[in-house]
Design a protein around this ligand. Sequence first.
Ligand code: UDX
Length: 435
Amino acid sequence: MKIAVAGTGYVGLVTGVCLASKGHGVTCVDVDEQKVEVMKQGVSPIYEPGLSELMKESMDHLTFTTDYESAYKDADVIFIGVGTPEKVDGSANLAFVYQVAKQIAASVQKDCVVVIKSTVPIGTNDKIESYIHDKQKHNVSVYVASNPEFLSQGTAVKDTLHASRIVIGADEEKPAEILKKVYQDFDAPKLVVGRRSAEMIKYASNDFLALKISYVNEIANLCETVGADVEEVTMGMGYDSRIGDRFLNAGIGYGGSCFPKDTKALSWLASFNDNEIRTIKAAIEVNDSQKFKLVKKARKYYDDFLFLNIAILGCTFKPGTDDLREAPSLVNVPLLLEDGAYLRIWDPVGQDNFKKQIQNKNIQYFDTIEEAIDGADLCLIFTEWDDVVKFDITKYEELMKTPIVLDGRNCYPLSAFEGTKTTYCSIGRKTVNDR
Ligand code: UDX
């Protein structure tokens, strides 16, 4: 099938490459000429495990262009995978989606299905369909269908090729049949529902996961106060298949491009419709304060951070990605700098992006964890990178000036620190070697 994909971010590019790997002819469209040039060479502009390899293998079926007209005019299916960032009031900004819809209306010369993959408020598919029908230049049938993505960054390729489910939101049979054909070689359950339900499935799923994390974080905070261990607690909870044992990791809160944005968008949408979704509001509030948990803990050890050398391990919102969106590091680093600390940052792939966002003469970047913790008065772990998890913990004691490790991602078993001189304080568990 001839497929066009608008937008080459995490969603658009991964979708385009995965569809090409199944033999579809895919043209990926982006406004960024430089990015398009890079992709034409078979190079992925984003860090995503397995993406570069699959892209290289599928180049025979892939085209990259800024020329949307040629891409859309005779496509059978056009996926919209552009961003829907958060507006100041928490609602989703649909400007990019409408921009693409406008270009589609001006370009299509053949019957086609426009598929909205971007996360959009309930009712957007209806509006985009009317918008395209009003503006379209040629008299052809344009259907609009919803097909939300459920990919996680860091496992996006795997999550797309082996999806937990493929949700097809269509109000007519024809677009549903065409989308089933697009995905016929994907080994995943295919679910055909109404368009509005498909849009809601995406928000309801993401927000449920965010809620689960905030819930477990509150349980973790209580565990600290009452002397229980959150990992033992979640292990006990997870055996109940109604609860499940995934997404129960306590920590310094969720970040990323989806949970923070989608919780706020659903909450906004509810209040806009004279409803209130109180559970999600609470999840947002809990997450906002959880992000500062490590710095709050650090104040127990130091009255202020003036002239302290603080090692920061990890700045991305999770491992396996160079993405910093809504990462706890982004709100904590300015706070520490404001207090006069010297920061020694290590992150295997996120450093370059971090440098672009926060420039300060009191930040130094290091290639190894050893260098970052060398001589430090405090070490804060924001991301559970494999290198951190597998790090020889005796080195904290050996290299730090004062071995105090505050772990926001529970990277180590408590027993690892027993018998050492390192103070190890994590989330929802007792502190080892407290001082
Ligand atoms: C998420 C959803 O998982 C995915 O289905 C959706 O399509 C997009 O949003 P992503 O943002 O890439 O994916 O990452 P995810 O692995 O879900 O983690 C999000 C955040 O939650 C991270 O900051 C992570 O550290 C945090 N998290 C996750 C926890 O704090 N505890 C957990 O148990 C799981």
